[in-house]
Ligand binder design. Structure first.
Ligand code: SF4
Length: 247
């Protein structure tokens, strides 16, 4: 481990969040590097190759926050691209009595499997970008040429989450999709939210924060309308009103 407390990069943590794991006070750790290039990414500044992380500094930050949080969430970037780091940080956080959550694009299901088997994961949040029945659309949104292999892996990751939740190996499993005007049709959204029967959140994308500059933010009312047409209870997440359950 590298001991470098003075130079600890505080930009990789949000010390306190109630948004990433609704209902829990969490600290969020952003692990750099991502295999996707989503048009609406807000964290594009950490897409690149991950530099060594000051693990001791990070653990010190976690312990400093311990009295104010009940969970640690790994986000990114794509945190499952760094499985060894992820596992060792999760082990240390568990020793502190923290719950562990992951926000992932689902591209590395084997990492999720390993963490669940090791009892190092309590909440799984997978971002679904487009219908899994349409790899070409998926590829366009995640900014790569061919998404066929990823669609298979993401499907596997979702099935791992469903099985783990059913077996009470994890506490929470949520699929999430970030919406912008015209990026996904009503039919596509309806298909996505009904495919797996698990909790699903439609999130309001913030166009002004995205890497691609020609996106348009949907209003809360527009997201309510999209959710209402889907035929099942959903959660929506907007800047106007936070989390709301729509029946
Ligand atoms: S998967 Fe997440 S971090 Fe990676 S490019 Fe897409 S939105 Fe950004």
């Amino acid at each position: 481990m590298q001991l470098n407390l003075d130079n600890f990069d505080k930009s990789i943590v949000v010390p306190f969040s109630t948004i990433d794991w609704p209902g829990k006070a969490s600290m969020v750790v952003f692990l750099r590097g991502c295999n996707f290039r989503c048009c609406y990414c807000q964290n594009y500044k950490i897409w690149g190759a991950a530099p060594p992380i000051d693990v001791d500094g990070l653990l010190r930050e976690i312990r400093r926050n311990r009295d104010y949080i009940s969970a640690l969430i790994f986000s990114g970037g794509e945190p499952t691209m760094r499985p060894n780091l992820l596992q060792s940080l999760a082990e240390e956080a568990k020793k502190e009595g923290l719950l562990i959550g992951i926000e992932t694009n689902g591209a590395f299901p084997e990492v999720l499997d390993t963490l669940i088997d090791a009892q190092l994961l309590d909440a799984l949040f997978i971002d679904l970008k487009a219908p899994l029945s349409d790899p070409q659309k998926y590829a366009r949104i995640i900014g790569i040429g061919n998404a066929n292999a990823y669609v298979e892996k993401i499907t596997k990751a979702i099935n791992i989450g469903c099985a783990a939740l059913a077996a009470h190996k994890i506490l929470e499993f949520e699929l999430r999709t970030t919406l912008f005007k015209g990026l996904l049709s009503q039919n596509e959204i309806t298909e996505m939210v009904n495919q797996f029967g698990v909790r699903y959140a439609l999130q309001q994308g913030r166009a002004e924060m995205c890497v691609q500059r020609d996106l348009t933010t949907l209003t809360r009312d527009e997201i309510v309308e999209l959710a209402a047409q889907c035929g099942r209870p959903l959660r929506i997440r907007t800047r106007e009103k936070g989390d709301e359950d729509i029946c």
